[in-house]
Write a protein that binds this ligand. Structure first.
Ligand code: PGA
Length: 261
């Protein structure tokens, strides 16, 4: 696959925001805002809380966008298909709700819920084996960056997260570079810094899967807003964005999608 054949992916991570009704309204408005725009050649994915998946899916069933694929993702899952795991949601359950993607290893899950690289890897593998595409989140914290360890941290997270996957599975996976210090802070990485790490991730992916990794999309995430998206869109190794806060307002999310094109 040629490098420029990767379809840009703009994903919204709603975190623990929006009930079903609010979520349905949000995506209805996003579709409205984007529908008059001809040929936005991007794939859009929204990742609502589990409890809003059903109502958001109904809106997608009613309306699609010309030239733009719109899909559904979840923010987390368990790695088993079923079992005695109180409070957990399985990959098959996400499939039933029409999910195509699942965010795995977000730094909030790593830091607040103690998810290790080993757990993240089990989830990534389970996603691939059950027909879901993982969005594997990686990124260094402020201290690791200060100490010059960004590349080492990111390499370890990517290598451990994707361990055991076939090249074809890596090709279908998405890696989101999300420096922890940029998430929810209003201080994004610069496009140049994000590109440097994305290029490094691309090299690590090629080490794992050879040319099989040419289709793997690498997103940037961390305080992405309409006024900074162009700086990321201009970078050769950044194939899209994972958007938190700005994905909760239809105007800003739509502006980010348009800003990519
Ligand atoms: P943010 O979050 O855009 O609010 O910084 C990004 C994320 O956590 O994925």
């Amino acid at each position: 696959m040629e490098e420029n054949a990767r379809t840009p992916l703009i994903a919204g991570n709603w975190k623990m925001h929006k009930n079903g009704k609010q979520g349905a309204e949000l995506v209805r408005r996003i579709l409205e805002l984007l529908s008059p725009v001809p040929g936005v050649e991007a794939e859009i994915v929204v990742c609502p809380p589990f409890t809003a998946l059903c109502q958001v899916r109904e809106v997608f069933r009613e309306g699609q966008l010309p030239g733009c694929k719109v899909g559904l993702g979840a923010q987390n899952m368990h790695w088993e298909q079923e079992g005695a795991f109180t409070g957990e949601i399985s990959p098959l359950m996400l499939r039933e709700f029409g999910c195509e993607y699942v965010i795995v290893g977000h730094s909030e899950r790593r830091i607040l819920f103690g998810e290790s690289d080993a757990v993240v890897n089990r989830k990534v593998k389970a996603a691939c084996e059950n027909g879901l595409r993982p969005i594997l989140c990686v990124g260094e914290d402020a201290r690791q960056r200060q100490e010059g360890r960004t590349q080492a941290v990111v390499e370890k997270q990517v290598t451990a997260g994707l361990a055991g996957l076939t090249p074809a599975q890596i090709d279908r996976a998405v890696v989101a570079y999300e420096p922890v210090w940029a998430i929810g802070t209003g201080s994004p990485a610069t496009g140049a810094d994000a590109q440097e790490v994305a290029a490094w991730i691309r090299r690590v992916l090629q080490g794992l899967a050879g040319t099989g990794a040419l289709g793997t999309r690498i997103l940037y995430g961390g305080s992405v807003k309409p006024d900074n998206i162009a700086d990321f869109a201009a970078r050769p190794d950044i194939d899209g964005a994972l958007v938190g806060g700005a994905s909760l307002e239809p105007e800003s999310f739509a502006a980010i999608v348009q800003g990519w094109g």
